[in-house]
Design a protein around this ligand. Structure first.
Ligand SMILES: [Zn+2]
Length: 156
């Protein structure tokens, strides 16, 4: 997680307006791939840090599944990224800041957590662990009580 934190700030800086999110895939004891969110840079709504990293991991591994891998992310993954992890054979997701630690703008769903839903549906295949370096990760983002102007809530 420390490596993900360092990557987030080295690639995206420390301004929460730049949404510094980083992810790593660790497989068979080594970092297979790492990446940061590139939604704004690539005009790609699917280019979340976790998706960018899973794509890079697939290229590095030369296959689409890396059974038993662990995905690390500085922020609780969304439903899309969690589901992509399952498709990739990831069996463990570890994240830093959770839904309650940051502004609601970071999550597309307002009344339920897609991560919770998927975690329940795939509880035999996937374990989830949140809050690793929680405070350090949460500092990268707007807090739950921060008054973020509407035009800055693009989360990209
Ligand atoms: Zn995502």
């Amino acid at each position: 997680m420390r490596e993900a934190l360092d990557l987030a700030t080295s690639e995206k800086g420390t301004d929460p307006a730049n949404t510094p999110i980083a992810a790593l895939v660790v497989h068979q004891g080594r970092v297979l791939a790492k990446g940061v969110n590139r939604t704004a840079e690539d005009c790609d709504p699917t280019a979340h840090a976790e998706i960018v990293t899973l794509r890079a991991a697939g290229k590095e591994a030369g296959e689409m599944r890396f059974e038993g891998a662990t995905l690390y992310s500085t922020l609780q993954p969304c439903g899309m990224c969690t589901m992509a992890s399952i498709w990739a054979g990831v069996s463990r997701i570890v994240y830093g800041a959770g839904r309650g630690d940051v502004h609601e703008m970071y999550f597309e769903d307002r009344h339920l957590s897609t991560l919770d839903y998927i975690a329940d549906a795939y509880k035999d295949d996937l374990s989830l662990e949140g809050g690793v370096l929680r405070c350090d990760c949460a500092k990268l983002y707007f807090g739950p009580e921060d008054d973020v102007p509407e035009e800055m809530q693009a989360n990209d």
